[in-house]
Design a protein around this ligand. Structure first.
Ligand SMILES: Nc1ccn([C@@H]2O[C@H](COP(=O)(O)OP(=O)(O)OP(=O)(O)O)[C@@H](O)[C@H]2O)c(=O)n1
Ligand SMILES: C[C@](O)(CO)[C@H](O)COP(=O)(O)O
Length: 228
C-alpha cells in the first residue's frame, strides 16, 4: 500500500548539546538522518519523501543523498521554529491524496512491519500512531511532592511514524493554525478535531535520539541487530 512520508529534520538538537543539527552526527559510521532516510528509500511502497530542513544543512544533505544513493526525496522545505511548523510546511508540498506518514528524522530504528501496519490501518480508519506501553510507574509531582500515581495500564509512550489520510491531516493542520493550537505530536492536532486515532503497538527500539546517552543506546541497538 503506497504512501508518502514527511520527515521533520530541521531541529536544533539542543538537548543533544552537539552545537549542530544532531541528525548529522554519526551512528555506526553514518549520519543519523541517513539511517532514517534509508528505511524509506528501501521501502517499495514509499512513493516520496518530503524533508523539512534548516537551510544551513541543504548542501551537506544533497551530498549525503549522492553518497548514499538516496533518490526518493521529492521536496526539501525550510522548517519552522517548532516541529509542528516544519511538518506543516512539508505537508503543503505533499500530493493531495492517499496516506501520509510523519516520522521524526531522529528515530532511525523504525521497523518495516510497523510502517506496513500503520499505513494499512490509516488507510482503513484515517489515523494511526506507533506507540509502546509505558514501563515505568508514572506519578504527577507538584512542588517536589508526589501528587498522585497514574494508573499505568492505560498509559502508552507515543512515537512516530504517525499515519493519516492526507485530507484529514491537512484539515487538522489548517485548524491548528487558525486556533493557534500547538501540539507535541501530529495526532494531537487530529484529536482536537474529535477524531479517533488507532494505536499500533511498535517496539522499544524505536527511540528518538534526544540526549547524548541515546547515542550509546543507538550503537547498542545496531550491534544487537547485526548479531540477530
Ligand atoms: N523546529 C523543528 C524542531 C524539530 N524538528 C524535527 O523534529 C524531530 C523531533 O524533534 P526533537 O527530537 O525534539 O529534535 P530537536 O528539536 O532537534 O531537539 P531539541 O528539542 O533538543 O532542540 C527531529 O527529527 C527534528 O529535527 C523540526 O523539523 N523542526
Ligand atoms: C512526535 C514525538 O516524537 C512523539 O513522541 C515527539 O513528541 C516529538 O519531539 P519532542 O520535541 O521530544 O516532543
Amino acid at each position: 500500500m503506497e504512501y508518502q512520508v514527511i520527515i521533520p529534520a530541521a531541529g536544533q538538537g539542543k538537548r543533544m548539546g552537539a552545537n549542530r543539527n544532531k541528525l548529522l552526527l554519526e551512528v555506526d559510521g553514518r549520519p543519523i538522518i541517513v539511517h532514517t532516510l534509508k528505511v524509506f528509500e528501501q521501502d517499495e511502497n514509499c512513493r516520496g519523501i518530503l524533508l523539512a530542513i534548516h537551510p544551513d544543512d541543504h548542501l551537506v544533505l544533497l551530498e549525503l543523498f549522492d553518497q548514499y544513493n538516496i533518490r526518493k526525496v521529492t521536496a526539501m522545505v525550510e522548517g519552522g521554529k517548532e516541529r509542528q511548523q516544519s511538518v506543516y510546511y512539508a505537508l503543503k508540498q505533499a500530493l493531495p491524496n492517499g496516506v501520509v506518514l510523519v516520522h521524526d528524522g531522529a528515530r532511525p530504528f523504525i521497523q518495516q512491519n510497523t510502517i506496513n501496519e500503520l499505513v494499512s490501518v490509516a488507510k482503513e480508519t484515517g489515523a494511526a500512531i506507533a506507540a509502546v506501553p509505558v514501563k515505568d510507574t508514572i506519578k504527577t509531582v507538584k512542588q517536589g511532592l508526589v501528587d498522585k500515581t497514574i494508573e499505568r495500564s492505560s498509559l502508552w509512550s507515543v512515537q512516530t511514524p504517525q499515519a493519516f489520510r492526507h485530507s484529514l491531516l491537512m484539515e487538522a493542520y489548517e485548524q491548528a493554525e487558525s486556533s493557534a493550537f500547538l501540539g507535541t505530536d501530529d495526532a494531537s492536532l487530529v484529536e482536537e478535531m474529535g477524531k479517533k486515532i488507532q494505536v499500533v503497538e511498535a517496539d522499544y527500539d524505536n527511540i528518538k535520539l534526544t540526549t547524548k546517552e541515546d547515542l550509546i543506546f543507538a550503537e547498542a541497538i545496531i550491534r544487537k541487530r547485526k548479531e540477530q
